[in-house]
Design a protein around this ligand. Structure first.
Ligand code: NAD
Ligand code: GLY
Length: 373
């Protein structure tokens, strides 16, 4: 088992990798102490059907009173109305300030449950049991919680660090291959901005895992979490004024185009991680056009993204819709989009969109959309 300490406010917490979900009761007791009496388990029908009984049994046998709230499956349920239903459930079950929420699921469940934990009675304890690769290496780490709204994705939320995260890669055996591809796209993103070593290790895993694949995956996940934890510890609140290569903003590498593609396709065509896969390839092309990044590295990124699996084509998505979505992102970011680009693998750089000549952006975007249509 690997244990990683995350330095965060208001306190450090531990991410345990390699512990079985069936042991989560003892783990919850260790993270929460003896005060909480009641736990609300938040999940969805699919994940709860697979792992809910194991988790509830283990929590109950450690002395917690457990009630379960299931949300709809998918991005379209990560909304304020869903959060309101969960808050009403917490209140109806008389959950106290000293009690806790356990999120069991992918990033959608984790973000919504985390948001409810952040705002219910001005904040109660949260534990995360991520069940997708994407949630294990990214969404469950770092304390961002939130919901989507009619005016954009993740624009309503709160920073609320969990009291602990438990990662059991055995649950990935039931994860559909497409979701694994999506998770690996986020892993490639982290490698591309993190370091040559993290990138190469991710690429090597995708070519051929060494020895026992689950052991190798545990080790790789631990490296990704260590990288994200370092960035979060240095810039927990993603300060607006920070534009250096170790600010939290670099974690948004690939996300400018990703959010635009998700929005343009009404969140139905692409998994979030797949959109990030396209986003990093686009950012690499743009970096090359600005003479920051070499052709060979662009080819390498393409190769590694395709080792993760195939991405759905981008048919019927046009420059106009993407630029429109960029504009709506920009509106919420003090009128200026900050693009995360690369000047080498592991060397991110934040460039204000105003510094990128419009014809260059337009040309790269058009040829990118045509190439993947
Ligand atoms: P998801 O939560 O929608 O899960 C993907 C699918 O896999 C769902 O259908 C789910 O029911 C199913 N599933 C989950 N675990 C399973 C398992 N073990 N076996 C079988 N099926 C399983 O998607 P995701 O990719 O995990 O998360 C995407 C979300 O995460 C987005 O909303 C994104 O905005 C958010 N996110 C948040 C952060 C953050 O820092 N908070 C970071 C990255 C992404
Ligand atoms: N996924 C981006 C962040 O956690 O900051």
């Amino acid at each position: 088992m690997v244990s990683i300490k995350i330095a965060a406010q208001p306190r450090k917490y531990t991410i345990e990798i390699g512990r079985s979900v069936s042991e989560c009761g003892r783990w919850a007791k260790k993270c929460l102490g003896s005060e909480p009496k009641q736990i609300v388990l938040v999940s969805n029908k699919k994940v709860h059907g697979l792992y809910g009984d194991e988790v509830s049994t283990s929590l109950s046998s450690s002395g917690f009173r457990v009630s379960t709230w299931l949300m709809g499956d998918g991005e379209r349920f990560k909304t304020l109305p869903s959060a309101e239903k969960l808050l009403a459930f917490l209140s109806a079950n008389n959950l106290q300030r000293t009690d806790a929420i356990v999120a069991l699921g992918g990033g959608v469940v984790g973000d919504l449950a985390g948001f409810a934990a952040a705002v219910y009675l001005r904040g109660i304890s949260l534990l995360q049991i991520p069940t997708t690769l994407l949630a294990m290496i990214d969404a469950s780490v770092g304390g961002k919680t939130g919901v989507n709204s009619p005016f954009g994705k993740n624009l309503v939320g709160a920073f609320h660090q969990p009291k602990g995260v438990l990662i059991d890669v055995a649950v990935l055996r039931t994860l559909p291959p497409r979701e694994m591809t999506a998770g690996f796209c986020e892993a490639i993103k982290q490698g591309a901005i993190g370091s040559r070593e993290l990138f190469d290790e991710t690429a090597a895993f995708l070519s051929a895992p060494l020895g026992d694949p689950e052991r190798h995956l545990n080790a790789l996940i631990a490296k990704h979490i260590e990288f994200k934890a370092r960035i979060v510890a240095g810039d927990e609140r993603e300060l607006s004024k920070r534009t250096d290569s170790r600010s939290r903003k670099i974690l948004n590498f690939g996300h400018t185009l990703a959010h635009a593609l998700e929005k343009a396709t009404k969140y139905k065509h692409l998994r979030h991680g797949e959109a990030v896969g396209y986003g990093i390839l686009f950012a690499a092309e743009l970096s090359k056009s600005l003479d920051l990044f070499g052709e060979k590295d662009v080819e390498l990124l393409n190769d590694v993204v395709h080792r993760a699996g195939s991405l759905p084509r981008l048919a019927n998505i046009y420059e106009k819709e993407v630029v429109e979505a960029f504009r709506s992102d920009k509106k919420h970011l003090s009128g200026s989009l900050q693009m995360v680009l690369l000047r080498g693998i592991g060397k991110p750089v934040i460039v204000d969109e105003n510094k990128i000549p419009k014809p260059v952006l337009k040309k790269v975007l058009n040829s990118f959309l045509q190439k993947w249509a």
